[in-house]
Design a protein around this ligand. Structure first.
Ligand code: GDP
Ligand code: MG
Length: 163
């Protein structure tokens, strides 16, 4: 069985861009689940010697009570349940948000292996200061740039090392 990696984070941090980087093709397998507003997207990936499955998710609001956000939270929870490891994506440029704290709290409680990743870090990776993200209580943060394809090998290596 290939390991399953779920990409989780608030909207607009670059999860789908990362998904496209980590999967060879852009035509992800789309899984339809009755009643869900947004589908989860599955893709096959291979980087170096590693083969894996990636699940993209919509933006996650753990305490969303209604509407589309509730559905997105539900499908994200399902994706996380299916995953062997979670990549929690935050925005290196925007810094820590209250939504990030909510998601971090959920992931800490869950106890599933989680790698904290600060995306959009192009031009910041060398000597960048990412220590603010330590307050999320998930340990080290790995800076990457999905848009520029920086840090991808390390991201996959470190994620799969958590297994
Ligand atoms: P999602 O909502 O988390 O899936 O985020 P998207 O993948 O849709 O990306 C949201 C926005 O961030 C888009 O405008 C992307 O082009 C931009 N983005 C994604 N990755 C990067 C990155 O590495 N660097 C920069 N500067 N922008 C990025
Ligand atoms: Mg997306």
């Amino acid at each position: 069985m290939k390991p399953v990696i779920a990409l989780v984070g608030r909207p607009n941090v670059g999860k789908s861009t990362l998904f496209n980087r980590l999967t060879k093709t852009r035509d992800a397998i789309v899984a339809d689940f009755a009643g869900l507003t947004r589908d989860r997207h599955y893709g096959n990936g291979k980087l170096g010697d590693h083969e894996y499955i990636v699940i993209d998710t919509g933006g996650f609001e753990p305490d969303a009570l209604s509407g589309i956000y509730k559905e997105m939270a539900k499908q994200t929870r399902q994706a996380v349940a299916e995953a062997d490891v979670v990549i929690f994506v935050v925005d290196a440029r925007a810094g820590v948000s209250s939504q990030d704290h909510d998601i971090a709290k959920y992931l800490r409680k869950l106890g599933k292996p989680t790698l904290l990743t600060a995306n959009k870090a192009e031009g910041m990776i060398e000597g960048g200061q990412f220590t603010d993200f330590y307050e999320l209580g998930l340990g080290e943060v790995l800076p990457v740039s999905a848009a520029h394809g920086q840090g991808m090998r390390l991201l996959v290596d470190m994620s799969l090392e958590l297994l």
